[in-house]
Design a protein around this ligand. Structure first.
Ligand SMILES: [Zn+2]
Length: 130
């Protein structure tokens, strides 16, 4: 049986991710730094965000300095994982955006380590401490 392979998959920017998963793994200073390192380790070739990159949410080509590691999910009930995906800093602030990426571009989805995602319980605790 041939499995249907879509040309595109949909991803969405996760709402409230800066609160739930604020810090990248040590020693990385930013999520895009983490993303680039893992991408290079996994795929062994140079980073697709240099010197410029087309943001999948707004379709604008921007210099590397304006690209950040956005938290995204696949719009797919079966996959609840959180991923880091390169997007522009403007789109990263505009939560709950949705877009289609090429099926092959799933290579760019780098999983967020699950221990770095704050649970709802921990989040409530943070709020009471404020
Ligand atoms: Zn954008």
């Amino acid at each position: 049986m041939t499995k249907f392979r879509p040309k595109y998959i949909a991803i969405r920017n996760v709402v409230g991710s800066s609160k739930i998963s604020p810090n990248p793994p040590s020693p990385f200073g930013s999520w895009i730094g983490y993303w680039e390192a893992i991408y290079r380790d996994t795929h062994g070739f140079s980073s697709p965000i240099r010197p410029a990159y087309e943001c999948p949410f707004c379709g604008t080509t921007r210099p590397t300095s304006e690209i950040v590691g956005g938290h995204v999910q696949k719009v797919d009930e079966d996959d609840q994982h959180w991923y880091i995906f390169p997007i522009c800093s403007a789109c990263n602030k505009d939560n709950d955006k949705e877009t289609q990426i090429l099926y092959e571009s799933q290579d760019l989805l780098i999983p967020v380590p699950s221990n770095l995602i704050i649970t709802e319980e921990e989040e409530n605790q943070l709020e009471t401490e404020d």
